[in-house]
Design a protein. Structure first.
Ligand SMILES: CCCCCCCC/C=C\CCCCCCCC(=O)SCCNC(=O)CCNC(=O)[C@H](O)C(C)(C)COP(=O)(O)OP(=O)(O)OC[C@H]1O[C@@H](n2cnc3c(N)ncnc32)[C@H](O)[C@@H]1OP(=O)(O)O
Length: 177
């Protein structure tokens, strides 16, 4: 279901269908939304973002990270931004890149440790990040100071660095939302 939604996001973004097709698709989507409505659940029970066994934790908001290496200290993986994430001139939207970094660094920050939340995330855009190209993602925990975890990450198109990030993730106290 989530994979099909991702595919739909990319198709909708890239299409300019005739008016009758637009009407048909809109009706079909409204019907699907109505089919799901009776199955609305609380946050804890939803699939999206809560299924570690599914690509991208089962949520369609950020692109899927395919993990090659993951431990408590570093991550190596691959990520492809579909056409859904197009900003302009075949470059990824500037807001989608921090989304991907927050996902990767945020998950790494909380791997094998008490959960942490993003306090800040600084992103440098070094080169255009291309759409529909498999990119390499690297991330690591740089240092830990008490509740503060400082992480860095980088995104590569081949040997070209397209963006890098530095983030502070603060360990949550018991009961802290
Ligand atoms: C989301 C789920 C998290 C759980 C993970 C579960 C398992 C993982 C699996 C899957 C997860 C999903 C993967 C994606 C995860 C993405 C993470 C996000 O996107 S989180 C959403 C965006 N972030 C917020 O909404 C935070 C909003 N802000 C806050 O809640 C607080 O400000 C918080 C927790 C960040 C800090 O508040 P205080 O009251 O706990 O602590 P204070 O005392 O203010 O700060 C502690 C230390 O940090 C410094 N600090 C805090 N903010 C700073 C900043 N912006 N810049 C510099 N220093 C800062 C302070 O100066 C202090 O340092 P000194 O101890 O004095 O040395």
């Amino acid at each position: 279901m989530i994979e099909a939604l991702r595919s739909l996001q990319a198709r909708v973004t890239g299409a300019a269908p005739p008016p009758e097709t637009v009407t048909d698709v809109a009706e079909a989507l409204e019907k699907l939304a109505a089919t799901l409505e009776p199955f609305t659940v609380g946050e804890r029970d939803q699939i999206a973002g809560h299924r570690g066994d599914l690509p991208g934790r089962g949520q369609a908001m950020s692109p899927v990270l395919h993990v090659d290496e993951w431990d408590g200290a570093h991550v190596l993986g691959r990520i492809t931004f579909s056409r859904f994430y197009l900003g302009g001139n075949w470059a990824v939207h500037g807001g989608a890149i921090p989304l991907a970094f927050d996902e990767v660094l945020g998950r790494l920050a909380s791997t094998g440790r008490t959960a942490a939340r993003t306090a800040y995330l600084h992103v440098n855009y070094r080169k255009i990040t291309p759409i529909e190209v498999e990119l390499r993602v690297e991330a690591k925990v740089d240092r830990v100071e008490g509740r503060k975890r400082f992480l860095t990450g980088a995104l590569y198109d081949g040997e070209h660095l397209t963006a890098d990030a530095e983030g502070l993730f603060v360990e949550l106290r018991p009961g802290q939302p």
